[in-house]
Ligand binder design. Sequence first.
Ligand code: CO
Ligand code: CO
Ligand code: CO
Length: 308
Amino acid sequence: MGIETADDAGVYLLTDEIALIQTVDFFTPVVDDPYLYGQIAAANALSDVYAMGGRPLTALNIICYPSSCGELETLTAILKGGADKIKEAGALLVGGHSVEDREPKYGLAVTGLVHPAKLITNRGARPGDRLVLTKRIGTGVITTALKADLAPSQAVTAACREMATLNRHAAEAMEEVGVSACTDITGFGLLGHALALAQASGVHLRLNAAAVPLLPAAEELAASGLLPAGAYANREHVAARVSFATGLPQALGDLLCDPQTSGGLLIAVAPDRLNRLLTALSHRRVTAAVIGSVTAEEAGRITVVYEP
Ligand code: CO
Ligand code: CO
Ligand code: CO
């Protein structure tokens, strides 16, 4: 499986029992604390393996760092954050590569394994499926506000905890129950990634904006215009294929396009498995919300309704 359906990772079938999952992700710092940044970057990179239903096996560090910076402690803290997340994921750090760069960047190339029969792609959503989201939305807005010193501390704390959380337990719950399709929510925002899933599966999605879980203060910050540039680009990108209900608050529509760092999993699950999935998630202390459903209307499009 390659790049045709813009899935979360590449997959290579090794034997009838083993498929290899490969993915890479790295980005500039989203928070000041270097250890936390390392954790978030690693959790984000590992997430694409979880989104495919796999488990990460090995990871390689990718580092861009200014040698003029002189502060080796900062770099050490970033790498420690990443290494701790890799360990928490049960994977092994086996190497890496660094280049000099003016702006720091960090992330991982990750290799994972999955049984081919258990591979979860973004192509499998079917009409009738319900849509489940496992992390709250708003990290783009909150980290933008943080840079302007306008983010309430409790919002920052919640966003950081969420971004550093592995999607491992959510993936284990998916494996236990069996689901139709999955993708993780990252830079293209909830609507961007949901649309990719709708297009790959050839289905229509109906999302209830009022059911989408939001991080504290995210809606207020979005309403005051603290949107990252990526939110506008994302909104433009999906505009032709998404219809928004009249009466939907502008800030809420914007948040559906807010680029997420290390976001949750968007899961399509058959209706008769929904309750089992929600139970399996809550047993693992994964907070999840049912945010919509898959329909047989016009394929490759999304209708956003607003039903509080
Ligand atoms: Co992804
Ligand atoms: Co990715
Ligand atoms: Co090298």
